[in-house]
Design a protein around this ligand. Sequence first.
Ligand code: IMP
Length: 460
Amino acid sequence: MAGRLTIIIGAQWGDEGKGKITDLEASSGDYDYVVRYDGGNNAGHTVINDKGEFKLHIVPSGILHPQIKNVIGPGTVVDTIVLADELINLHEAGIKDYQLAINPKAHLVMPWHRLLDEAQESEKSDNNKIGTTKRGMGPVRADKHAREGLRVGDLLRKDFYTLFFEKYNEKKKILELIYEYPESIFLSQLEQIYELPESTILNVSDLFEYYVSFTQNIKRFIRNTDDELQKALRMRNQGVLLEGAQGVLLDLDHGTYPYVTSATCGANGAFQGAGIAFNAIDSNEVRVIGIVKAYTTRIGAGAFPTYTEGEFDTLIRDVGKEYGVTTNRSRMCAPIDFPLLRYASRLNGFTEIAITKLDILSCLKEGIPMGRSYECQMTSIPYDCNHFECAFGGAQAKLSIFPAWGKDITDIRNVDDLPDEAKLYIQEIERACDAPVRYIGVGPDREQTIIVAEDRVVHW
Ligand code: IMP
Protein backbone atom coordinates (compact mmCIF):
# COMPACT_ATOMS: atom_id res chain seq x y z
CA MET A 1 0.00 0.00 0.00
CA ALA A 2 1.42 3.40 -0.99
CA GLY A 3 1.99 6.32 1.33
CA ARG A 4 1.25 10.02 1.09
CA LEU A 5 3.52 12.59 -0.49
CA THR A 6 3.16 16.37 -0.31
CA ILE A 7 5.58 18.95 -1.69
CA ILE A 8 5.61 22.54 -0.44
CA ILE A 9 6.91 25.05 -2.99
CA GLY A 10 7.43 28.83 -2.85
CA ALA A 11 5.63 30.26 -5.90
CA GLN A 12 7.54 33.58 -6.06
CA TRP A 13 11.03 34.77 -5.05
CA GLY A 14 11.06 33.09 -1.64
CA ASP A 15 9.84 34.40 1.72
CA GLU A 16 6.26 33.38 0.94
CA GLY A 17 5.69 31.87 4.39
CA LYS A 18 6.50 28.23 3.70
CA GLY A 19 7.53 27.56 7.32
CA LYS A 20 4.07 28.34 8.65
CA ILE A 21 2.30 26.12 6.11
CA THR A 22 4.80 23.28 6.65
CA ASP A 23 4.18 23.53 10.39
CA LEU A 24 0.41 23.48 9.83
CA GLU A 25 0.59 20.46 7.55
CA ALA A 26 2.99 18.73 9.95
CA SER A 27 0.53 19.20 12.80
CA SER A 28 -2.23 17.45 10.82
CA GLY A 29 -0.96 14.06 11.95
CA ASP A 30 -0.69 12.90 8.31
CA TYR A 31 3.10 12.85 8.16
CA ASP A 32 5.89 10.68 9.50
CA TYR A 33 8.67 12.60 7.74
CA VAL A 34 9.46 16.22 6.90
CA VAL A 35 12.37 16.49 4.46
CA ARG A 36 14.44 19.46 3.33
CA TYR A 37 15.54 18.46 -0.15
CA ASP A 38 17.57 21.38 -1.46
CA GLY A 39 19.01 24.77 -0.54
CA GLY A 40 20.98 25.50 2.60
CA ASN A 41 21.06 27.99 5.42
CA ASN A 42 20.48 30.87 2.99
CA ALA A 43 16.82 30.06 3.70
CA GLY A 44 14.96 31.41 6.71
CA HIS A 45 11.69 29.82 7.73
CA THR A 46 9.68 31.44 10.50
CA VAL A 47 7.33 29.27 12.51
CA ILE A 48 5.10 30.75 15.20
CA ASN A 49 3.02 28.34 17.24
CA ASP A 50 2.08 27.52 20.83
CA LYS A 51 5.74 26.67 21.58
CA GLY A 52 7.00 30.13 20.56
CA GLU A 53 8.55 31.83 17.56
CA PHE A 54 11.29 29.95 15.71
CA LYS A 55 13.54 31.06 12.90
CA LEU A 56 14.85 27.98 11.13
CA HIS A 57 17.51 27.99 8.44
CA ILE A 58 18.51 24.43 7.65
CA VAL A 59 16.56 22.39 10.19
CA PRO A 60 13.24 21.15 8.67
CA SER A 61 10.10 22.86 9.94
CA GLY A 62 8.74 19.56 11.33
CA ILE A 63 11.30 19.75 14.16
CA LEU A 64 8.71 21.13 16.58
CA HIS A 65 6.68 17.91 16.35
CA PRO A 66 8.31 15.12 18.38
CA GLN A 67 6.58 12.31 16.46
CA ILE A 68 7.98 13.50 13.10
CA LYS A 69 11.30 12.35 11.67
CA ASN A 70 13.07 15.34 10.14
CA VAL A 71 15.50 14.70 7.32
CA ILE A 72 18.14 17.02 5.90
CA GLY A 73 18.27 15.37 2.49
CA PRO A 74 21.14 14.54 0.12
CA GLY A 75 20.32 17.49 -2.16
CA THR A 76 20.91 20.09 0.54
CA VAL A 77 24.11 21.86 1.51
CA VAL A 78 24.87 22.00 5.20
CA ASP A 79 26.86 24.53 7.21
CA THR A 80 27.50 22.53 10.36
CA ILE A 81 28.32 25.64 12.39
CA VAL A 82 24.91 27.12 11.60
CA LEU A 83 23.17 23.79 12.11
CA ALA A 84 24.79 23.20 15.51
CA ASP A 85 23.86 26.74 16.52
CA GLU A 86 20.28 26.21 15.46
CA LEU A 87 20.04 23.04 17.52
CA ILE A 88 21.43 24.86 20.57
CA ASN A 89 18.80 27.60 20.11
CA LEU A 90 16.04 25.02 19.88
CA HIS A 91 17.33 23.35 23.04
CA GLU A 92 17.36 26.67 24.88
CA ALA A 93 13.77 27.28 23.78
CA GLY A 94 12.79 23.97 25.36
CA ILE A 95 12.66 21.90 22.13
CA LYS A 96 14.64 18.87 23.29
CA ASP A 97 12.50 16.04 22.11
CA TYR A 98 12.92 15.79 18.35
CA GLN A 99 14.02 13.38 15.64
CA LEU A 100 16.61 14.45 13.09
CA ALA A 101 18.63 12.68 10.40
CA ILE A 102 21.25 14.24 8.15
CA ASN A 103 21.97 12.38 4.95
CA PRO A 104 25.74 11.77 4.61
CA LYS A 105 25.59 12.65 0.90
CA ALA A 106 24.63 16.28 1.56
CA HIS A 107 27.50 18.65 0.81
CA LEU A 108 29.25 20.67 3.48
CA VAL A 109 29.31 24.46 3.31
CA MET A 110 32.83 25.17 4.57
CA PRO A 111 34.15 28.44 6.00
CA TRP A 112 36.02 29.15 2.74
CA HIS A 113 32.78 28.98 0.76
CA ARG A 114 31.54 31.97 2.71
CA LEU A 115 34.78 33.83 2.02
CA LEU A 116 34.59 33.03 -1.69
CA ASP A 117 30.94 34.14 -1.87
CA GLU A 118 31.95 37.47 -0.32
CA ALA A 119 35.01 37.81 -2.60
CA GLN A 120 33.09 36.95 -5.79
CA GLU A 121 30.34 39.43 -5.01
CA SER A 122 32.73 42.23 -4.16
CA GLU A 123 34.63 41.68 -7.45
CA LYS A 124 31.46 42.31 -9.47
CA SER A 125 30.50 45.78 -10.63
CA ASP A 126 27.43 47.26 -8.93
CA ASN A 127 25.26 46.40 -11.95
CA ASN A 128 26.27 42.77 -11.88
CA LYS A 129 26.09 41.97 -8.18
CA ILE A 130 23.59 39.21 -7.43
CA GLY A 131 22.97 40.34 -3.87
CA THR A 132 23.61 36.89 -2.38
CA THR A 133 23.05 36.09 1.27
CA LYS A 134 26.83 35.50 1.51
CA ARG A 135 26.23 32.09 3.00
CA GLY A 136 28.51 30.36 0.47
CA MET A 137 25.78 28.88 -1.73
CA GLY A 138 27.35 29.50 -5.15
CA PRO A 139 30.85 28.33 -4.18
CA VAL A 140 29.67 25.16 -2.43
CA ARG A 141 27.58 24.16 -5.47
CA ALA A 142 30.51 24.95 -7.77
CA ASP A 143 32.64 22.49 -5.77
CA LYS A 144 29.86 19.92 -5.76
CA HIS A 145 29.43 20.04 -9.53
CA ALA A 146 33.18 20.05 -10.10
CA ARG A 147 33.23 16.92 -7.91
CA GLU A 148 35.55 18.55 -5.44
CA GLY A 149 33.25 19.00 -2.47
CA LEU A 150 33.31 17.67 1.06
CA ARG A 151 30.21 15.86 2.22
CA VAL A 152 28.52 15.35 5.57
CA GLY A 153 29.68 11.72 5.68
CA ASP A 154 33.29 12.93 5.51
CA LEU A 155 32.90 14.29 9.04
CA LEU A 156 33.03 10.70 10.27
CA ARG A 157 36.28 9.87 8.52
CA LYS A 158 39.43 9.48 10.59
CA ASP A 159 41.38 11.48 8.01
CA PHE A 160 38.94 14.40 8.03
CA TYR A 161 41.71 16.76 9.16
CA THR A 162 43.73 15.85 6.04
CA LEU A 163 40.73 16.49 3.78
CA PHE A 164 40.05 19.78 5.57
CA PHE A 165 43.67 20.84 5.28
CA GLU A 166 43.91 19.93 1.56
CA LYS A 167 40.77 21.87 0.67
CA TYR A 168 41.81 24.81 2.81
CA ASN A 169 45.14 25.04 0.98
CA GLU A 170 43.44 24.90 -2.41
CA LYS A 171 41.05 27.70 -1.52
CA LYS A 172 43.75 29.70 0.20
CA LYS A 173 45.61 29.81 -3.12
CA ILE A 174 42.50 30.99 -4.96
CA LEU A 175 41.75 33.63 -2.35
CA GLU A 176 45.34 34.87 -2.36
CA LEU A 177 46.09 34.72 -6.08
CA ILE A 178 42.78 35.59 -7.68
CA TYR A 179 41.15 37.78 -5.07
CA GLU A 180 44.38 39.14 -3.54
CA TYR A 181 43.15 38.23 -0.13
CA PRO A 182 46.07 37.46 2.24
CA GLU A 183 45.53 34.67 4.75
CA SER A 184 45.75 36.97 7.77
CA ILE A 185 42.95 39.14 6.35
CA PHE A 186 40.58 36.35 5.43
CA LEU A 187 41.09 34.60 8.76
CA SER A 188 40.20 37.78 10.61
CA GLN A 189 37.18 38.13 8.32
CA LEU A 190 36.08 34.68 9.48
CA GLU A 191 36.38 35.87 13.08
CA GLN A 192 33.91 38.62 12.19
CA ILE A 193 31.56 36.24 10.37
CA TYR A 194 31.51 33.91 13.36
CA GLU A 195 31.49 36.78 15.86
CA LEU A 196 34.66 35.60 17.58
CA PRO A 197 37.12 37.71 19.57
CA GLU A 198 40.07 39.03 17.58
CA SER A 199 43.03 36.64 17.12
CA THR A 200 41.01 33.52 17.90
CA ILE A 201 41.75 32.09 14.46
CA LEU A 202 45.39 32.61 13.58
CA ASN A 203 45.98 29.60 11.32
CA VAL A 204 44.35 26.58 9.74
CA SER A 205 44.69 24.50 12.93
CA ASP A 206 42.71 27.08 14.90
CA LEU A 207 40.07 27.08 12.18
CA PHE A 208 39.89 23.29 12.22
CA GLU A 209 39.51 23.22 15.99
CA TYR A 210 36.76 25.80 15.88
CA TYR A 211 35.03 23.91 13.07
CA VAL A 212 35.07 20.48 14.72
CA SER A 213 33.91 21.88 18.04
CA PHE A 214 30.53 22.20 16.25
CA THR A 215 30.59 18.95 14.34
CA GLN A 216 30.84 16.86 17.52
CA ASN A 217 27.24 17.75 18.32
CA ILE A 218 25.82 16.73 15.00
CA LYS A 219 27.68 13.52 14.17
CA ARG A 220 25.07 11.43 15.95
CA PHE A 221 22.40 12.62 13.50
CA ILE A 222 24.23 11.44 10.37
CA ARG A 223 22.25 8.56 8.89
CA ASN A 224 21.51 7.17 5.45
CA THR A 225 17.85 7.94 4.78
CA ASP A 226 17.64 6.65 1.18
CA ASP A 227 16.01 3.30 1.85
CA GLU A 228 13.98 4.55 4.74
CA LEU A 229 12.13 7.17 2.68
CA GLN A 230 11.49 4.82 -0.22
CA LYS A 231 10.10 2.20 2.13
CA ALA A 232 7.99 4.79 3.96
CA LEU A 233 6.19 5.56 0.71
CA ARG A 234 6.21 2.22 -1.09
CA MET A 235 5.67 -0.22 1.74
CA ARG A 236 4.73 1.40 5.00
CA ASN A 237 1.84 3.64 4.00
CA GLN A 238 3.55 6.58 5.70
CA GLY A 239 3.34 10.28 4.97
CA VAL A 240 6.29 12.32 3.64
CA LEU A 241 6.32 16.09 3.39
CA LEU A 242 9.01 17.65 1.19
CA GLU A 243 9.76 21.20 2.29
CA GLY A 244 11.06 23.53 -0.42
CA ALA A 245 13.38 26.47 0.17
CA GLN A 246 13.40 29.84 -1.63
CA GLY A 247 10.93 30.08 -4.55
CA VAL A 248 10.37 28.98 -8.14
CA LEU A 249 11.61 32.29 -9.57
CA LEU A 250 14.96 31.82 -7.80
CA ASP A 251 15.40 28.33 -9.27
CA LEU A 252 18.78 27.84 -10.92
CA ASP A 253 17.28 26.43 -14.13
CA HIS A 254 13.89 28.10 -14.31
CA GLY A 255 14.29 31.41 -12.49
CA THR A 256 15.56 34.84 -13.46
CA TYR A 257 19.12 33.61 -14.11
CA PRO A 258 21.76 34.69 -13.12
CA TYR A 259 19.87 36.46 -10.31
CA VAL A 260 18.86 33.19 -8.71
CA THR A 261 20.12 30.90 -6.00
CA SER A 262 22.38 27.94 -6.78
CA ALA A 263 19.74 25.30 -6.16
CA THR A 264 16.58 23.63 -7.31
CA CYS A 265 13.58 25.32 -5.75
CA GLY A 266 10.76 23.55 -7.57
CA ALA A 267 8.78 20.34 -7.26
CA ASN A 268 10.54 18.56 -10.11
CA GLY A 269 13.86 18.58 -8.27
CA ALA A 270 12.29 17.59 -4.97
CA PHE A 271 12.38 13.90 -5.82
CA GLN A 272 16.04 14.10 -6.78
CA GLY A 273 17.06 16.16 -3.74
CA ALA A 274 15.20 13.93 -1.28
CA GLY A 275 16.17 10.66 -3.00
CA ILE A 276 12.66 9.45 -3.83
CA ALA A 277 11.37 7.92 -7.08
CA PHE A 278 8.90 10.21 -8.85
CA ASN A 279 6.45 7.31 -9.04
CA ALA A 280 6.99 5.99 -5.52
CA ILE A 281 3.29 6.70 -5.21
CA ASP A 282 0.69 7.25 -7.94
CA SER A 283 1.48 10.70 -9.34
CA ASN A 284 -2.21 11.63 -9.14
CA GLU A 285 -1.94 11.30 -5.39
CA VAL A 286 1.03 13.67 -4.99
CA ARG A 287 -0.03 17.01 -3.53
CA VAL A 288 1.99 20.03 -4.61
CA ILE A 289 1.10 23.05 -2.49
CA GLY A 290 2.20 26.34 -4.05
CA ILE A 291 2.73 29.00 -1.40
CA VAL A 292 1.65 32.36 -2.78
CA LYS A 293 2.18 35.55 -0.81
CA ALA A 294 -0.74 37.96 -1.43
CA TYR A 295 1.79 40.40 -2.89
CA THR A 296 5.33 39.89 -4.22
CA THR A 297 8.69 40.47 -2.54
CA ARG A 298 12.25 40.12 -3.66
CA ILE A 299 15.68 40.55 -2.05
CA GLY A 300 18.76 40.95 -4.18
CA ALA A 301 19.08 42.02 -7.81
CA GLY A 302 17.29 40.91 -10.98
CA ALA A 303 14.06 41.44 -12.91
CA PHE A 304 11.04 42.42 -10.84
CA PRO A 305 8.31 43.42 -13.30
CA THR A 306 5.55 44.64 -10.96
CA TYR A 307 7.93 46.73 -8.82
CA THR A 308 8.09 50.50 -8.71
CA GLU A 309 9.63 52.56 -5.96
CA GLY A 310 7.04 54.37 -3.92
CA GLU A 311 4.21 54.07 -1.46
CA PHE A 312 3.24 50.44 -2.08
CA ASP A 313 6.82 49.32 -1.45
CA THR A 314 7.34 51.30 1.75
CA LEU A 315 3.89 50.74 3.24
CA ILE A 316 3.78 46.99 2.63
CA ARG A 317 7.35 46.54 3.88
CA ASP A 318 6.43 48.33 7.05
CA VAL A 319 3.08 46.64 7.70
CA GLY A 320 4.22 43.22 6.47
CA LYS A 321 7.55 43.41 8.37
CA GLU A 322 9.35 42.47 5.18
CA TYR A 323 12.91 42.02 6.38
CA GLY A 324 15.05 38.95 5.63
CA VAL A 325 15.11 36.24 8.31
CA THR A 326 18.69 35.28 7.41
CA THR A 327 20.29 38.63 6.58
CA ASN A 328 17.80 41.18 7.96
CA ARG A 329 17.94 43.01 4.61
CA SER A 330 14.86 44.97 3.48
CA ARG A 331 12.74 43.12 0.97
CA MET A 332 11.42 45.07 -2.01
CA CYS A 333 7.62 44.84 -2.11
CA ALA A 334 5.47 44.92 -5.22
CA PRO A 335 1.97 43.96 -6.40
CA ILE A 336 1.15 40.35 -7.12
CA ASP A 337 2.24 39.16 -10.56
CA PHE A 338 -0.27 36.85 -12.25
CA PRO A 339 1.70 35.87 -15.37
CA LEU A 340 4.56 34.69 -13.15
CA LEU A 341 2.21 32.78 -10.86
CA ARG A 342 0.76 31.03 -13.90
CA TYR A 343 4.30 30.10 -14.97
CA ALA A 344 5.23 28.85 -11.49
CA SER A 345 2.09 26.75 -11.22
CA ARG A 346 2.42 25.14 -14.66
CA LEU A 347 6.07 24.35 -14.16
CA ASN A 348 5.52 22.72 -10.79
CA GLY A 349 2.04 21.30 -11.17
CA PHE A 350 0.45 22.97 -8.16
CA THR A 351 -2.49 20.87 -7.09
CA GLU A 352 -3.52 23.46 -4.51
CA ILE A 353 -2.33 26.76 -3.13
CA ALA A 354 -1.88 28.47 0.21
CA ILE A 355 -2.24 32.26 0.16
CA THR A 356 -0.22 33.94 2.88
CA LYS A 357 -0.30 37.41 4.43
CA LEU A 358 -3.67 38.38 2.95
CA ASP A 359 -4.25 40.51 6.08
CA ILE A 360 -1.37 42.83 5.11
CA LEU A 361 -3.35 44.11 2.12
CA SER A 362 -6.02 45.45 4.51
CA CYS A 363 -3.82 48.55 4.88
CA LEU A 364 -4.57 49.56 1.27
CA LYS A 365 -7.72 51.66 1.32
CA GLU A 366 -7.94 53.05 -2.20
CA GLY A 367 -7.43 49.88 -4.22
CA ILE A 368 -4.94 47.04 -4.64
CA PRO A 369 -2.62 47.16 -7.65
CA MET A 370 -2.05 43.84 -9.42
CA GLY A 371 0.02 42.78 -12.42
CA ARG A 372 -2.22 40.99 -14.87
CA SER A 373 -0.13 41.02 -18.04
CA TYR A 374 3.00 42.30 -19.74
CA GLU A 375 3.42 44.30 -22.90
CA CYS A 376 4.28 41.04 -24.64
CA GLN A 377 2.45 37.72 -24.47
CA MET A 378 4.53 35.61 -22.13
CA THR A 379 4.12 32.06 -20.97
CA SER A 380 7.52 31.57 -19.37
CA ILE A 381 10.51 33.56 -18.20
CA PRO A 382 12.52 34.49 -21.32
CA TYR A 383 16.24 33.71 -21.24
CA ASP A 384 17.11 37.41 -21.43
CA CYS A 385 14.64 38.39 -18.74
CA ASN A 386 17.08 40.71 -16.98
CA HIS A 387 18.00 42.77 -20.04
CA PHE A 388 16.51 46.18 -20.19
CA GLU A 389 15.38 45.74 -23.81
CA CYS A 390 13.41 42.63 -22.94
CA ALA A 391 9.71 43.36 -22.34
CA PHE A 392 9.92 41.38 -19.12
CA GLY A 393 12.92 43.09 -17.59
CA GLY A 394 12.71 46.55 -19.12
CA ALA A 395 9.05 47.42 -19.37
CA GLN A 396 6.91 47.24 -16.30
CA ALA A 397 4.09 44.78 -16.03
CA LYS A 398 0.71 46.35 -16.80
CA LEU A 399 -0.93 47.03 -13.47
CA SER A 400 -4.64 47.29 -12.85
CA ILE A 401 -6.37 48.32 -9.66
CA PHE A 402 -8.47 45.87 -7.77
CA PRO A 403 -11.12 47.03 -5.22
CA ALA A 404 -9.74 47.14 -1.67
CA TRP A 405 -11.54 45.65 1.34
CA GLY A 406 -9.71 48.03 3.69
CA LYS A 407 -10.71 46.39 6.97
CA ASP A 408 -9.14 44.08 9.50
CA ILE A 409 -9.50 40.37 8.64
CA THR A 410 -7.13 38.90 11.23
CA ASP A 411 -9.92 37.36 13.34
CA ILE A 412 -11.75 35.69 10.46
CA ARG A 413 -11.51 31.89 10.41
CA ASN A 414 -14.20 31.02 7.89
CA VAL A 415 -13.79 31.77 4.23
CA ASP A 416 -17.43 32.84 3.87
CA ASP A 417 -16.87 35.62 6.41
CA LEU A 418 -14.20 37.36 4.33
CA PRO A 419 -15.18 40.65 2.66
CA ASP A 420 -16.41 40.12 -0.93
CA GLU A 421 -13.41 41.98 -2.35
CA ALA A 422 -11.03 39.59 -0.55
CA LYS A 423 -12.93 36.57 -1.88
CA LEU A 424 -12.65 37.93 -5.41
CA TYR A 425 -8.94 38.61 -4.91
CA ILE A 426 -8.42 34.99 -3.84
CA GLN A 427 -10.42 33.79 -6.80
CA GLU A 428 -8.13 35.73 -9.16
CA ILE A 429 -5.10 33.97 -7.64
CA GLU A 430 -6.78 30.58 -7.96
CA ARG A 431 -7.52 31.32 -11.59
CA ALA A 432 -3.93 32.33 -12.32
CA CYS A 433 -2.62 29.16 -10.66
CA ASP A 434 -5.46 26.99 -11.92
CA ALA A 435 -5.54 25.38 -8.49
CA PRO A 436 -7.88 25.65 -5.50
CA VAL A 437 -6.91 27.46 -2.32
CA ARG A 438 -6.49 25.30 0.80
CA TYR A 439 -5.06 27.77 3.30
CA ILE A 440 -5.44 31.52 3.67
CA GLY A 441 -3.08 33.24 6.11
CA VAL A 442 -4.65 36.20 7.95
CA GLY A 443 -1.95 36.73 10.60
CA PRO A 444 1.43 35.38 11.74
CA ASP A 445 0.17 32.79 14.26
CA ARG A 446 -0.61 29.25 13.24
CA GLU A 447 -4.21 29.81 14.39
CA GLN A 448 -4.59 32.83 12.15
CA THR A 449 -5.26 30.65 9.16
CA ILE A 450 -8.46 29.97 7.27
CA ILE A 451 -8.57 26.32 6.29
CA VAL A 452 -10.69 25.74 3.23
CA ALA A 453 -12.38 22.34 3.15
CA GLU A 454 -11.01 20.01 0.50
CA ASP A 455 -14.37 19.28 -1.05
CA ARG A 456 -15.35 22.91 -1.29
CA VAL A 457 -16.04 24.10 -4.83
CA VAL A 458 -14.36 27.44 -4.77
CA HIS A 459 -16.72 29.67 -6.72
CA TRP A 460 -17.98 32.52 -4.67
P1 IMP B 1 22.32 33.01 -2.48
O1 IMP B 1 21.28 31.93 -2.39
O2 IMP B 1 22.82 33.46 -1.15
O3 IMP B 1 23.43 32.67 -3.43
O4 IMP B 1 21.62 34.31 -3.11
C1 IMP B 1 21.15 34.35 -4.47
C2 IMP B 1 19.85 35.13 -4.58
O5 IMP B 1 18.81 34.42 -3.92
C3 IMP B 1 19.89 36.51 -3.90
O6 IMP B 1 19.06 37.38 -4.64
C4 IMP B 1 19.27 36.25 -2.54
O7 IMP B 1 18.71 37.40 -1.96
C5 IMP B 1 18.22 35.23 -2.91
N1 IMP B 1 17.82 34.35 -1.79
C6 IMP B 1 18.51 33.31 -1.29
N2 IMP B 1 17.83 32.76 -0.26
C7 IMP B 1 16.69 33.45 -0.15
C8 IMP B 1 15.55 33.33 0.71
O8 IMP B 1 15.44 32.46 1.57
N3 IMP B 1 14.56 34.24 0.52
C9 IMP B 1 14.62 35.21 -0.45
N4 IMP B 1 15.66 35.34 -1.27
C10 IMP B 1 16.68 34.47 -1.13
